[in-house]
Design a protein around this ligand. Structure first.
Ligand code: SF4
Length: 679
């Protein structure tokens, strides 16, 4: 006979954290137990990283918020929502709809991202909505749309990587950010200013100075041309614009690139010969090359390289970007981005407005136009021209936004800050109203992983009493503002399907049942009988003529260069045991033990010059602020560069908000600093 425990069925779901969205099981109970799930290709065999294994600890954590807080005092849901709705009504009446802003996150489910965008445009009538994915995916997205007419992080299943002979990975440290991904990789070439855990696995490591990846990509393509490695047949049949790129590369001869980047010519030559000599090869980019004021052009340069070698749209080959946040892909498809409507539609496209307005039951002319991008929105808060109220879901910009001291000041200047979160994050601590929300295992919803595969996370645990889901919170506010909004995830998803129908990211053929039966469905999937699209570029690209576009781009220096006062470059990134702003992972015992505090990684020669010893507390100062960390001395980093992880409040006090002109991505990955030991 079965014991009561053995009759409890594990629920098949996915990890709450990164975009690999590893499959896992959760066995309900106290505590909820995480188990392996081996039917999900992204983490075949059931592998999870330490973050995934420990994720359930937060479900019952003592830091969980369980009561709405109104000016720091416990309040009922009715009191809190009445207050927020009343303030929103008053601000809109006095200052107009754009006086209220909404900020979302790349970890929200598709249903939440969709509903948040609809809430902003329909219930609030504001154009002022953007999300933290702008800090994550926007440069790669802009470059992919420019080249291929479509942005899907990996336009092929992750398991295709195993067919390639060589992968060039520029600016990503997957061995720490998504360890199970490493299993899919063949011979690896890594581009990174640090000898990271991923670079240590590589066959070849190119270590450019921060902010020079674009020059390096130009130099690699120059070599491909000079050494006769072009795939001329592919260029003729499947692309346009190559001649303009060839001309633009004339001055990027290898010795000049070595001078700019610090990467020896011999290593560049090894890299291009390995790529060109492989029967199948893939070029991947990550935040390291994307989070720059020239990130879109840098990604374009890597796409040009991939096109010149004939890779995109061929089985087992291609170009892809490595999405970071759990729903970084879906989060940018359904309308929480300032310039987009559901289905990856442009908000200024009349046909898109007409379609979505019909689904929403409003007139197209009543939908607001595009608003400010994430940093520009944060920067405008509380200013005479900017919003006076902000509703924030699934984000912690006090830790994660660039020039974060100034962002915190803007948040404090608001008439109304409302934060929905499961713990008291650094941003929630500044809020007038804090709304306690459910977390991943306590609600059902879909996520779209880095391959463009739509996945289902099933509810596996009851939330603590007093907590509501973001969908319920949005519904509660919408009702008070005179609008009917669904709060059931399936109902919202069915509406999302209709709103996305006919768009680039068409989900109309995807249902919860199909996702479960097929372990995920790739978009576009335009009808119930459609099989989904694992490899959208095999026959043609999503451009008007079906060809991929070469685009000439030029290198330029970082927005901020080193000087006498700020003689060292700072670059930032992640560590294995923490995730994003750390609001969740900095509360989980084993993760705190593994990564307890911020640190500053510096080269022995720089440490000797500054008389800094390993373990010293170090103060790092940029033109925007100071932050501290413990010195880690290692020759894995260039002598002209220091590294800080961004999971703790501090690193982003230093970072430079200079924006990419196309994607509006801030330059997180390079700024100028000085260092001193704190004695
Ligand atoms: Fe979760 Fe990403 Fe770790 Fe997989 S790799 S367990 S999705 S954090």
């Amino acid at each position: 006979m079965k014991s009561p425990e053995s009759s409890i069925e594990p629920v098949k779901t996915h990890c709450p954290y990164c975009a690999l969205q590893c499959g896992m099981t959760l066995t309900p109970g106290a505590p909820v137990v995480v188990g392996p799930r081996d039917d999900v290709p992204a983490n075949a065999g059931g592998a999870l990283c330490q973050k995934g294994w420990t994720a359930a600890e937060l479900l019952t954590h003592r830091d969980r918020l369980t009561t709405p807080l109104l000016h720091g005092e416990p309040a009922s849901w009715g009191e809190a929502l009445d207050y927020v709705a009343g303030r929103l009504r008053a601000l809109r009446a006095e200052h107009g709809p754009d006086s209220v802003a909404v900020f979302g996150g790349g970890g929200l489910t598709n249903e939440k991202a969709y509903q948040l965008g609809k809430f902003a445009r329909v219930a609030l009538g504001t154009s002022q909505i953007d999300y933290n994915g702008r800090f994550c995916m926007s440069s790669a997205a802009a470059a992919s749309i420019r080249a291929f007419g479509m942005d899907r992080g990996l336009p092929f299943p992750v398991t295709d990587l195993a067919q390639a002979e060589v992968v060039l990975m520029a600016g990503a440290n997957v061995a720490e950010t998504m360890p199970p991904f490493v299993r899919h990789l063949p011979r690896l070439i890594v581009i990174d200013p640090r000898r990271t855990a991923t670079a240590r696995l590589a066959w070849l490591h190119l270590q450019p100075a921060p902010g020079t990846d674009l020059a390096l990509a130009l130099g690699l393509l120059h070599l491909v041309i000079a050494e006769g490695l072009l795939d001329k047949g592919y260029i003729a049949e499947r692309t346009t614009g190559f001649e303009a790129v060839r001309t633009s590369l004339a001055s990027w001869w290898p010795e000049r690139v070595e001078r700019v980047t610090g990467v020896p010519v011999a290593r560049m030559r090894q890299a291009v010969h390995a790529l060109a000599g492989a029967a199948k090869a893939v070029v991947l980019t990550g935040r390291g090359v994307e989070q720059h004021a020239k990130g879109t052009d840098t990604v374009t340069a890597f796409i040009n390289l991939a096109l010149a070698l004939g890779l995109p749209g061929r089985p087992g080959s291609g170009y892809g970007c490595l999405t970071g946040q759990g729903n970084g892909q879906g989060g940018r498809e359904h309308g929480q981005k300032a310039d987009q409507l559901p289905g990856y539609r442009k908000i200024d496209d009349p046909a898109a407005r007409e379609h979505v307005a019909a689904v929403w039951g409003v007139r197209p002319e009543d939908l607001p136009g595009p608003g400010r991008s994430a940093y520009e929105l944060l920067q405008a808060l509380g200013t005479p021209e900017g919003p006076r109220a902000l509703l924030l879901f699934g984000s912690n910009p006090v830790v994660s936004a660039p020039r974060s001291l100034a962002v915190a000041e803007r948040l404090r200047s608001l008439d109304l800050l409302v934060v929905s979160d499961l713990v008291m994050s650094e941003t929630a601590a500044l809020a007038d109203v804090v709304l306690p929300t459910t977390q991943w295992a306590e609600e059902t919803g879909t996520m779209t992983n880095l391959e463009g595969r739509v996945l289902l996370r099933r509810k596996a645990a009851e939330p603590p009493p007093g907590v509501r889901s973001d969908l319920q919170i949005i519904q509660g506010l919408a009702v008070r503002l005179g609008h009917r909004f669904a709060a059931e995830p399936r109902e919202v998803f069915d509406e999302l399907r209709r709103a996305s129908a006919g768009g680039i990211a068409d989900y109309s053929g995807i249902t919860y049942e199909r996702i479960e039966a097929e372990t995920g469905v790739f978009w576009p999937c335009p009808s119930p009988g459609h099989p989904g699209t694992p490899r959208p570029f095999l026959d043609s690209f999503a451009t008007p003529d079906g060809r991929a576009r070469f685009v000439p781009v030029e290198h330029r220096a970082p927005a901020e260069e080193t000087s006498e006062d700020y003689p060292v470059y700072l670059t930032t990134g992640r560590v294995l045991a923490q995730y994003q702003s750390g609001a969740q992972t900095r509360r989980i015992g084993p993760l705190v033990e593994a990564a307890p505090e911020s640190f500053v990684e510096l080269h022995p020669s720089l440490a000797a010059h500054l008389e800094i010893d390993a373990g010293d507390r170090v103060r790092v100062t940029s033109r925007r602020g100071s932050a501290e960390g413990v010195a880690r001395i290692t020759d894995a980093i260039r002598p002209d560069t220091v590294f800080m992880p961004f999971h703790w409040e501090g690193a982003n006090r230093l970072t430079n908000p200079a924006l990419d002109p196309t994607s509006r991505m801030p330059e997180f990955k390079v700024c100028a600093v000085r260092l001193e030991a704190v004695r």
